[in-house]
Structure formats: structure tokens, C-alpha cells
Design a protein around this ligand. Structure first.
Ligand code: 5GP
Length: 186
């Protein structure tokens, strides 16, 4: 695992643990939605690796759509500002929706998305997130399907980035930043 100058990586969740947990989540979703066609909504960009693995572990009829929400950019602190950069193409009326997110931190992003999808007439909206940092929550979010709870540390890999790098790592890693100009919050 190669890091950029001034940054270092430490494995927090190994690939095998992630794959086993994703399989279990897929099985749980398959059981819960048996006989009900699903719409999985991936939140770009961080969820795309998780979503790609997860859908192959879910049996049954499903459609997939994506939303893109404004993110932290090159900072590791939430601005609290949530903005839709790319909206869904699918209609939600009377559909069973599972939102697939990479990580819940303050909860502001998912809180906003959840209320948007409910307001559009979905039959049900459930939330599936790979990671949860509960200590940083600012608004309440009900998580239906959770991969792992993690401590308050900035993580990258398995789809999660810092400054658009590290999404390709197969593990979830802690990112430590040694440059004085940018500080990770872990
Ligand atoms: P929230 O609105 O819950 O504060 O933020 C959720 C979003 O913040 C995530 O979808 C992700 O884009 C970003 N985020 C929060 N914590 C981390 C982290 O530890 N690593 C990375 N790469 N992104 C994070």
C-alpha cells in the first residue's frame, strides 16, 4: 500500500473481514426483501466499491440508481452543507429503496437523503452503510444494515478517498497526515 508523501496508511479492516461482512449483509437484505423488487440507491462516489460487491450477494429482482452529494473535497471535516450534485433517474413512487452509503459520520448527509426519498413517495426507505462513526453524530440516523462501527478516525480505501486517492485499496485503512497544512481528524 503506497501512500503519498506526508501521508501514511494503517490497515483497520482487512479485505477478508470486509468481504465476509458484505456477504452477510447481502444475505440479510435478500431475506428481508424476499418477493419485493428493490431499488438500491448508491451514494457517489464513496459507495461504488461496496455497492458493486453488495449487489452480487443479494438474490432477487433489483434495480440500481445513483445520487451524488457534495462531499468534503480535500478536507477531512464536514462542512455541514449537503447539496445534490446528481439526482436519481428512477421514479421512487411505491418502491422499496435501500440507500447504500460508505460511511455515516455526522449523519447530515443521510438525514437529508432519507427525508428526500421519503418525500418522493417511496414505499419504504432503508439505510445500509459499510461504516459508522457514532461518536461524531450530529443528527439521528436509523441504520438498518451496518457493516462495521469504527472509532473517530479518518479512513480511506474500499471506495473511500482522501483528495480522490486511495479508493482502490482493498482494505479500509486509517490515514495519518504528517504535513502541517492538512490534518486528519483521527
Ligand atoms: P456525514 O454527512 O455523515 O458527516 O458524512 C458522510 C460523508 O462524509 C461520507 O459519505 C463520506 O463521503 C465523508 N466521510 C465521513 N467520514 C469519512 C472518513 O473517515 N473517510 C472518508 N474518506 N470520508 C468520510
Amino acid at each position: 500500500m503506497q501512500a503519498r508523501p506526508g501521508e501514511s496508511l494503517e490497515v483497520l479492516l482487512p479485505e477478508a473481514d470486509i468481504q465476509a461482512r458484505v456477504r452477510a449483509l447481502g444475505e440479510q437484505i435478500s431475506q428481508d426483501y424476499e418477493g419485493k423488487p428493490l431499488l438500491l440507491v448508491g451514494i457517489l462516489r464513496g459507495s461504488f466499491v461496496f455497492l458493486g460487491d453488495l449487489i452480487r450477494c443479494v438474490d432477487g429482482l433489483m434495480a440500481v440508481d445513483f445520487m451524488a452529494i457534495s462531499s468534503y473535497g480535500a478536507s477531512t471535516q464536514s462542512s455541514g452543507v449537503v447539496r445534490i450534485l446528481k439526482d436519481l433517474d428512477e421514479e421512487l413512487q411505491n418502491r422499496h429503496v435501500v440507500v447504500v452509503e460508505d460511511i455515516v459520520d455526522t449523519g447530515l448527509t443521510l438525514n437529508y437523503i432519507y427525508s428526500q426519498l421519503v418525500a418522493r413517495g417511496a414505499a419504504s426507505v432503508a439505510i445500509c452503510t459499510l461504516l459508522d462513526k457514532p461518536t461524531r453524530r450530529r443528527v439521528d440516523v436509523h441504520i438498518d444494515y451496518l457493516g462495521f462501527q469504527i472509532p473517530d478516525e479518518f479512513v480511506v480505501g474500499y471506495g473511500l478517498d482522501f483528495d480522490e486517492y486511495y479508493r482502490n485499496l482493498p482494505n479500509v485503512c486509517r490515514l495519518k497526515i504528517h504535513r502541517p497544512s492538512k490534518e486528519a481528524n483521527g
